[in-house]
Design a protein around this ligand. Structure first.
Ligand code: SF4
Length: 456
């Protein structure tokens, strides 16, 4: 039994919070339902299904009403990171929904293991559960650095491999929806196709006994071809890159449905995937060895993982390039190289240098309009996001960046007005560029005409 503190996760006696941690045991695996919170619905749906292969009964939470925020505010201090407040709110709201037997429930939550507060979300969750009267519900930590061991839950290599493919599939669907939804002729066609694929892929990952590499790469190509076959309007739209703190960037609950708002305002959105975040995480472990001399063996393992993830990303890039006219992902190696002269690889709190790298990547690929989202009071991301805007704009004066903060009391109207202002600037620039391009063509045609030999 682990006696670490429910509040700070340390084994000390400095405060009165020290209580026993409730473990998720092997016996519980048989008849307990494990709830996981949402961030990226499609990715997580696939992960939920594949965990069934390993005997876990997992359910993805999709409750996202105001009640979720209210539950979070009730059991978590309002100064706490907004993503923690939302996820804890989502768990408690689900427990109290009457849908489950709380005595047969376990909660699964990720722990990054970094110096950021994300490592402390689990103790916060346990504290909230105790406050709400559910201290008997076991919490399982999903982490890759051995932070907490759980007897009834084991992250095995085959399971990790399936999870990796759930992430690549999810990223692929995200990339393709982003490039089709704003242009679809039949409203809802892109989402419907993505839903169909999510179902199919979840079944593939959750049912296929031997998951062959060839099946995965063939599936990428099949997905791309199906999206390329969607009838689409030929229009030019303002492109907006979304960067920021991972939860607020990806979760509609965290960002007040940012993507759909931008699409409804006539924009096309684009963003780096979850694979990039995984590679960022792996890079940090390698950098820690270089900078602080952490265990060499771990660094070797992470170097192998990095190469593997790069290869998986390249498979997706090849499929998009060879099967369609869609813009593929940018290789993470290139994204990473862009930070030279801006920020060091030691800046890894929150989304660290990745946030700056993603802004640079958008600018590098000609997407000058960027929304940088972060939870209100998220110090690490304010530094690598807002804090980097000045040096970024000095070298890229064309950058049109809006930084938007999110928390339970932020005004949606205020957020949307700022987004509209950014879009208005973007449209003015796009129209002016179009005018210059049209005039250049006209001048070139006139010059060509004057070169025609006279017939008389
Ligand atoms: S990145 Fe920001 S929001 Fe996330 S845990 Fe760290 S401080 Fe909190």
């Amino acid at each position: 039994m682990n006696n670490n503190c429910n509040t700070c996760n340390n084994n000390c006696t400095a405060c009165e919070q020290q209580t026993e941690r409730v473990q998720f045991t092997k016996e519980m695996k048989k008849d307990y339902t494990i709830l996981i919170p949402t961030m990226l619905t499609r990715h997580f749906k696939m992960i939920t299904k594949l965990m069934g292969v390993y005997g876990y009964n997992v359910e993805l939470l999709e409750n996202s009403s105001q009640e979720v925020i209210d539950s979070g505010l009730k059991y978590v201090h309002n100064d706490t990171c907004y993503p923690a407040l939302l996820v804890i709110g989502q768990f408690i709201n689900a427990i109290e929904s009457g849908k489950y037997d709380p005595h047969k429930l376990a909660l699964l939550f990720t722990q990054t293991g970094g110096g950021c507060r994300a490592s402390n979300y689990i103790p916060l969750l346990r504290k909230a559960l105790a406050k709400a009267g559910y201290s008997y519900i076991p919490v399982i930590s999903l982490n890759f650095v051995g932070m907490e061991k759980t007897p009834g839950f084991k992250l095995t290599l085959p399971m990790l491999r399936r999870m990796m493919y759930a992430v690549t599939y999810g990223d692929m669907l995200m990339l393709l929806i982003n490039q089709t939804k704003p242009y679809e002729i039949e409203p809802g066609a892109a989402e419907a196709l993505a839903n169909e694929w999510t179902e199919k892929l979840a079944n593939q990952l959750g049912k296929t006994k031997k998951l062959k590499y060839k099946l995965i790469t063939d599936t990428y190509r099949e997905i791309v071809r199906s999206f390329a076959a969607l009838p689409m309007k030929k229009e030019k739209k303002v492109k907006v890159g979304i960067v920021g703190e991972i939860f607020v960037k990806f979760s509609p609950l965290g960002n007040n449905d940012l993507e759909n708002f931008l699409i409804s305002e006539g924009a096309e959105t684009t963003m780096g995937g979850l694979v990039d975040f995984a590679m960022f995480y792996v890079c940090n472990e390698i950098a820690d060895n270089k900078l602080y001399g952490t265990k060499k063996i771990l660094s070797k393992v992470f170097k192998i993982a990095y190469k593997l993830l790069l290869k998986k990303q390249q498979d997706m890039i090849d499929a998009v390039r060879e099967e369609s006219d869609f813009r593929p992902f940018t290789s993470f190696e290139h994204t990473k190289s862009l930070i030279d002269g801006y920020i060091g690889i030691g800046a890894k709190m929150g989304e660290g240098w990745l946030l700056t790298a993603e802004m640079l990547e958008h600018l590098d690929s000609g997407v000058n309009n960027i929304v940088c989202v972060q939870p209100f009071g998220c110090l690490p991301n304010h530094i690598v996001g807002k804090g980097m805007m000045k040096p970024l704009k000095e070298k890229h004066p064309e950058a049109n960046i809006a930084a938007i903060d999110y928390d339970a009391s932020a005004s949606i109207v205020n957020q949307q007005n700022r987004l509209k202002l950014m879009l208005a600037n973007a449209r003015d620039i796009m129209n002016a560029e179009q005018e210059i391009a049209d005039n250049t063509v006209e001048v070139e045609n006139t010059v060509e005409d004057s070169k025609e030999p006279s017939l008389v």
